[in-house]
Design a protein around this ligand. Structure first.
Ligand code: 4SX
Ligand code: FE2
Ligand code: CA
Length: 333
């Protein structure tokens, strides 16, 4: 008998270690438009305009740039206990944090190193924040509305898929080979394309945080602002239209190299019989609907992750390499 999974509501926040808090503040607050909800000497607690909870991103000063943890909100306080039992039975490292012992604003929480090697937190209770959606006078830069998803690099995509299925996640889309080998998958609890997706590659590493704007013009505006300030080196891929998810996107790198995707206009997945949409790895439209090539750094570079004691986790290399797949034997894609 397996232990019941906690009822996960959504991807809720990420905590990143950054090496220079002032530079990180310029990028995330001044350029992307995240709002500072709380700050102390070594951390910033940030949220988007639509978010009614205390934060969706914590930046804390660290010796190395790394992912400190990903965090999911669960439906009730009992689900925090369920998360503790679930990961204990899997034999994974588990740490219980009472209110005040963990992240500012967050109540009772459980942190684990999941079977994929990622530091992941589950919590229910979190402080509220003021409604800013119509404080247009405060909207700046990319005008970020909310955190949308986590994208993680992992060497074994089927194992990642199986783990998140066991946590009750649905699968909206996949990229598959001709024999249905799984190259990538997009999985959700909230009623969008994803809360988490997997990029094949050395892992555990964080590939990117996806943050949502309301409209595609905000994605273009973001790229324009970086260009105008001669900070175009922060733009890594796009703007473009994804095949997977149909979202409009641009990927940026922060001053430490952490990748963030400005993402908008995906679709509803909440019906109980929502079916997985499967892309063939040879379809040149899968990652950019207009067929623009994905650059090598996007496949290969990612953020290291820490364990529960703040030590950098070792990585294993991957089984399948999507970036090595030759698109279109006719050379036309
Ligand atoms: O590159 S993909 O079109 O597969 C893609 C990447 C789709 C949705 C995402 O959020 C993403 O990061
Ligand atoms: Fe993404
Ligand atoms: Ca092509």
């Amino acid at each position: 008998m397996s232990t019941p999974a906690p009822d996960v509501v959504r991807s809720a926040y990420a905590q990143l270690a950054v090496t220079d808090l002032a530079k990180a503040r310029w990028f995330w607050v001044d350029m992307l438009g995240f709002h500072v909800q709380y700050e102390n000497a070594d951390s910033l607690y940030l949220r988007g305009t639509d978010e009614l909870t205390h934060h969706s991103l914590v930046l804390r000063k660290g010796d190395i740039a790394a992912l400190d943890h990903l965090s999911y909100r669960v439906r009730t306080t009992e689900d925090v206990d369920k998360a503790e039992k679930f990961f204990t039975e899997l034999g994974r490292p588990v740490k219980r944090l009472k209110k005040g012992e963990g992240t500012v604003g967050v109540g009772d929480a459980v942190r684990v190193v999941d079977p994929l090697g990622f530091p992941v937190e589950f919590f229910h209770e979190i402080e509220r924040g003021e409604r800013l959606i119509q404080r247009y006078d405060l909207h700046r830069g990319a005008q970020i509305a909310r955190l949308d998803h986590f994208n993680i690099c992992t060497p074994d995509i089927p194992a990642a898929y199986a783990h998140y299925r066991s946590l009750g996640f649905g699968c909206s889309e996949t990229i598959e080979g001709d024999e249905h080998e799984l190259y990538a998958a997009w999985m959700y609890r909230k009623q969008t394309v994803h809360d988490v997706a997997f990029t094949g590659g050395a892992g555990p590493r964080l590939h990117h945080l996806g943050v949502a704007t309301h409209e595609s013009h905000q994605v273009l505006r973001t790229a324009d602002i970086f260009g105008a300030l001669h900070e175009e080196k922060h733009i890594e891929r796009g703007p473009g239209r994804h095949g997977v998810s149909n979202a409009f996107y641009v990927y940026l790198r922060d001053p430490d190299g952490h990748r963030v995707e400005i993402y908008t206009s995906d679709y509803y997945t909440g019906d109980p019989d929502h079916e997985t949409y499967r892309w063939n790895v040879h379809d040149d439209r899968r990652r950019d609907f207009w067929g623009n090539a994905v650059i090598e750094s996007w496949y290969k570079e990612a953020t290291p992750v820490l364990d529960l004691d703040g030590r950098q986790q070792p990585v294993s290399s991957s089984l399948l390499d999507e970036s090595a797949v030759q698109v279109g034997a006719d050379g036309l894609g």
